[in-house]
Unconditional design. Structure first.
Ligand code: FAD
Length: 276
């Protein structure tokens, strides 16, 4: 059995202070020797230069950077030149996404779904890039049915993906059921759980509603009851998320991908508690 793969995700900072904070975060997390650091990408042009700058900086520090690349609203020429830029910088891993359609966007562009981006990367670059795709154990919020969403995931995986990272979730059973379903459909790539630390409640609730993640009722009510007592929210969050990670790893998950929100504290503590 191969050893588990651990990775951390950042978003591109917008201010000089944010850039410095991320450098600090990276220095701390680099000590944990993750397989890679991924950097999100704003669909429709909002943070694209920030993604490139952050990715190139990580790579120049001798660490492995994995840019997210969303294709919605873009052209083959634009995606092609971005891939070439990354390849020239020695980057070997891409998180290939459709992206969310920005409000007001009229032109969908030359790619409609992420499977078309995966096909494009494979056709243009052969095996140069390790391609990660997104997976949704609780199903994508725009999917017509669970059955359709599984079929779409399978098509995307078979287009040439090497591994998948999931949307965050708090129900371990949803993850195990999803993995069983895709295995039964002939997909054998690793599906790495995406882990969201809990640092506060209202933003987490908003995010979760938007991306289709269920916060179990007992947890939602308990977090809500703490009001602005951030220390209690964080303490419960650490217990719940560490326990989730342990169940996932014990149940055979091939690694963990942490949504860090550019802060090292929670992922480092979870890491220590897991004894990794
Ligand atoms: P797809 O796989 O294309 O799926 C999108 C929807 O279309 C699903 O409902 C699917 O069932 C359906 N579908 C897929 N293929 C077809 C088809 N051929 N015909 C009909 N329906 C189809 N967003 C960003 O903007 N930037 C980021 O950096 C970013 N990083 C992410 C990282 C991870 C690990 C995850 C899980 C999500 C990330 N997202 C990011 C969010 C993601 O872009 C959104 O969830 C987006 O709505 C879907 O992207 P996708 O690549 O999963 O799309």
């Amino acid at each position: 059995m191969t050893s588990p793969s651990f990775s951390f995700e950042f978003f591109p900072p917008k201010t000089a202070e944010g850039i410095e904070k991320l450098r600090n975060t990276r220095r701390q997390l680099a000590q944990l020797k993750p397989e890679f650091f991924s950097v999100t990408f704003g669909a429709g042009g909002t943070t694209q230069q920030g993604t490139i700058d952050t990715v190139l900086e990580i790579q120049s520090e001798g660490l492995q950077a994995a840019p997210h690349l969303s294709c919605i609203g873009s052209t083959r020429a634009n995606v092609g030149s971005l891939l070439q830029l990354y390849r020239d910088a020695g980057i070997r891993r891409i998180v290939a996404l459709r992206g969310d359609i920005p409000s007001g966007m009229v032109e969908v562009g030359e790619f409609r779904y992420a499977n078309e981006l995966v096909e494009f990367i494979r056709a243009e670059h052969g095996d140069w890039f390790h391609i990660e795709i997104a997976a949704y154990p609780e199903y994508h919020p725009q999917a017509r049915t669970a059955h359709d969403d599984l079929g779409n995931f399978v098509r995307k995986a078979k287009a040439g993906a090497n591994s998948a990272i999931t949307q965050y979730f708090f129900n371990a059973d949803a993850y195990f059921a999803f993995v069983d379903e895709v295995r039964a459909r002939g997909v054998d790539i690793p599906v790495v759980p995406g882990i969201m630390p809990i640092n506060q409640f209202s933003q987490l609730a908003r995010f979760s509603d938007a991306c289709g993640t269920e916060i179990p009722r007992w947890l939602r009510l308990k977090l809500q009851s703490y009001g602005d007592d951030v220390a209690s929210i964080k303490a419960l969050g650490l217990d719940v998320v560490t326990d989730l990670c342990r169940r996932l790893l014990d149940g055979g998950a091939p690694g963990l991908h942490f949504y860090t929100l550019n802060a090292a504290g929670a992922p480092s503590t979870i890491w220590q508690r897991l004894g990794l």
